[in-house]
Design a protein around this ligand. Structure first.
Ligand SMILES: [Zn+2]
Length: 161
């Protein structure tokens, strides 16, 4: 069985304070809420693993290229992100920690969580988006009066169906 590229062994870290860099570079198939990590652009995590009493500290940066869909123009675009990583793994994990068992640490859940959290809630590409044009002043019957209900145009559209 091929070993996951996210699983690292920390058997060499024996005393609290001991640290070593770890670099994870791998393609992923992460489908995110508003996009996905580009299949042909491996993620890259530059991390420092530090043994602390009761667990492991993981700090560093995660670089991803996400394929997003712009919420304004619905065009796909690429978004490059550098996501700071600062997490703990604990033998008896509390609320904000990941579980550490034995000497094998699986970094996938952490990196995936961080990638997901870093993506914009409302993705916008870098193109200029003209303001949404309202029907005001260009009514279907050759112009609307100021007194007309703002919903008149909408009603006309609905009635047509
Ligand atoms: Zn756009």
């Amino acid at each position: 069985m091929p070993r996951s590229p996210f699983v690292v062994d920390i058997a060499d870290l024996e005393v609290a304070g001991a640290a070593r860099p770890e670099r994870v570079v791998t393609p992923v198939e992460w489908i995110l809420d508003y996009g996905r990590v580009a299949a042909d652009r491996p993620i890259e995590a530059e991390l420092l693993l530090r043994l602390v009493p009761g667990g492991l500290l993981v700090e560093g940066v995660l670089r991803i290229v996400a394929e997003m869909t712009c919420a304004a123009c619905l065009e796909p675009y690429e978004l490059e992100l550098s996501v700071p990583i600062d997490a703990t793994y604990e033998r008896e994990p509390g609320e904000d920690a990941y579980a550490l068992e034995g000497t094998q640490v699986d970094l996938e859940q952490l990196l995936r969580d961080e990638a997901l959290t870093a993506l914009p809630l409302v993705p916008r590409c870098e193109r200029e988006h003209p303001r949404v044009v309202t029907s005001e002043g260009r009514g279907l019957n050759g112009g609307s009066s100021p007194d007309e209900s703002p919903f008149a145009a909408l009603r006309e559209i609905i009635d047509r169906d």
